[in-house]
Design a protein around this ligand. Sequence first.
Ligand SMILES: C[S@@+](CC[C@H](N)C(=O)[O-])C[C@H]1O[C@@H](n2cnc3c(N)ncnc32)[C@H](O)[C@@H]1O
Length: 291
Amino acid sequence: MKYDETDNAREATDNSQQDRFWNGPAGQLWVTSQEETERHVGPFGDAALQAAAAAPGERAIDVGCGCGTTTLALARSVGATGEVVGVDLSNVMLERARESAAAAKLTNVDFRRLDAQVAPLDRQVFDLVYSRFGVMFFADPTAAFTNLFASLRPSGRLAFVCWQVPNANPWMALPTRAAMQFFGLAPPAHDAPGPFSLADPDRLRRVLTDAGFNDIDITPEISTLKLAAGQSIESWVQERLLMGLAGENYANSSVEIQSQARELLISTVEPYRVDDRLEMNGAAWIVTARA
Ligand SMILES: C[S@@+](CC[C@H](N)C(=O)[O-])C[C@H]1O[C@@H](n2cnc3c(N)ncnc32)[C@H](O)[C@@H]1O
């Protein structure tokens, strides 16, 4: 096949694979498992909200807002004189976010489907760029953070939470590794778009500096996650399978192969079983910076 430079460029900067992922079964599953997800990502998002310190009257953007929990929290903090925009790629998650905002009767919040890396965001309008685990999926993180930087007022600030390295997050890494091995998939590059792409603090600092940010602070946030509460371990591993990198392989396999994959994951997480649930470590970075 003839080498085509434009294809290569597209591969390096294009988020269409993420668009497909978050608009497919994984996005749907994210909506149906929102309660369980909130239990374990909630405290990390709260720590980032505290670092963000949104104040009445401010304008904020919640990047990769998903089902909108943190967008609504920001909307409450900025109050009626402020405004929050939640942006995401996933139609199904945005739909849930809009429903929640309507149920909470919040009128100072708006949700937009867009790619935060390339969307022409309004320039110099936001006081705060916030994200809970929504900024690790960019094909070109420097371009994305440059775009977000440009949306901030000169006095604006950035506050987000992202995951530390896989070994510090066995709750996600162990099931994912086992599933990839089972389906014969090679592990992704450590900086590939995905939950761990900003795990290396040196890379994180470099990306933010290149995007124009100053006063970068990266602080660890560690907690023990209580997982699979209110559901069977089997249904929890099935969710991990479908949301993980082997999700498509699992979904397209026979019932017998799927059952073997679940058995493997159940035995992988067995050492972390406490009564009818799992307790595993989660480690994130709380990142703040100034425009
Ligand atoms: C791990 S989920 C986090 C969702 C939500 N912030 C939460 O904590 O529940 C990552 C989110 O980032 C969104 N996302 C990924 N790439 C994006 C992009 N380029 N622009 C906007 N949103 C993106 C996904 O659609 C997904 O909703």
